[in-house]
Design a protein around this ligand. Structure first.
Ligand code: SF4
Length: 277
């Protein structure tokens, strides 16, 4: 069956939109096809992308009707309205950390060994955002220090940077038990601190690592396979999503795509540096 034959009817689309409206979602990635554009790359329609920078949604714009893959069904996304205005803050990273303190704002506090705020350059041009700490990170209080973290270090070094040059953090600062997916109340409690970190660091590029980070930051349920490798507008920075290093450990054949994504990040940062007066 062709893509056109699978097109949902109007009632289905309205149903999706109503669901998103009830969730408080104001905008979402719009498939290039629906936006009346053609993809210029050769990956084919089945990997049809979300909206690119040129098509980036404006704040407050109503959403289109993205597909809802089953794998993403458990991700509960809180409305963005509660975070509006955060990016205008001028506070430092230290101030955000101090305010977070010995955080007890959600149920994960009682389960953690260490709160994992983030690490790296507080003025980084490149910010990596994962989903939540794992066992190694919980143990050490540092982000991405396990096997996946070691792979992330190699990815960073492959584009000619070091971990000290970039900043690395997660949406949740405490480990969900058994590495389960973040729950909506946890995201609602913790994401404001991520947004304050973004506002304090002011990175040129935010690199969302993995499905949940990409979907949450972009407020979409598009699969990572459609989101990855493109630049989106995100709170004054460009956002590019790529596969999570833990996924790459399980699926080494996908490393090539991540390398392509990271080359785009490298080239963007290089061009930004060269265009400076
Ligand atoms: S996950 Fe975030 S909100 Fe919840 S206790 Fe940890 S730091 Fe606080």
């Amino acid at each position: 069956m062709s893509e056109d034959e699978k097109r949902p009817d109007e009632a289905q689309i309205l149903g999706h939109l109503e669901l998103y409206r009830q969730l408080g979602v104001r905008w979402s990635a719009l498939p290039a096809k629906a936006a009346g554009t053609r993809r210029s790359d050769a990956r084919g329609p089945s990997e049809g992308a979300g909206r690119t920078v040129e098509q980036a949604p404006q704040r407050g714009e109503r959403i289109a009707a993205p597909s809802q893959p089953k794998a993403a069904a458990r991700l509960q996304i809180p409305p963005p309205s509660m975070f509006e205005g955060v990016e205008e803050s001028q506070e430092s990273l230290e101030s955000v950390r101090a305010d977070l303190g010995d955080c007890r704002r959600c149920k994960l506090a009682s389960l953690r060994r260490n709160l994992v705020f983030g690490s790296g350059n507080p003025s980084a041009e490149l910010l990596f955002v994962g989903e939540a700490p794992g066992a190694d990170e919980d143990e050490q209080g540092l982000p991405f220090v396990g096997r996946a973290g070691q792979l992330l270090t190699r990815i960073i070094e492959a584009i000619g940077m070091s971990r000290d040059e970039v900043y690395i953090c997660n949406i949740l600062k405490c480990r969900p038990p058994g590495n389960r997916n973040p729950e909506s109340d946890e995201i609602a409690a913790c994401e404001p601190f991520l947004l304050r970190q973004v506002a304090a660091i002011r990175p040129k590029v935010v690199c969302a690592l993995g499905t949940y980070s990409a979907q949450l930051l972009l407020r979409t349920k598009e699969p990572i396979s459609r989101l990855r490798g493109q630049f989106f507008e995100y709170r004054g920075s460009k956002l590019l999503a790529t596969f999570h290093p833990a996924y790459l450990l399980r699926n080494p054949a996908e490393k090539r795509k991540t390398w392509e994504d990271m080359q785009k990040v490298r080239d963007f940062l290089k061009a930004a540096k060269e265009s400076r007066p």
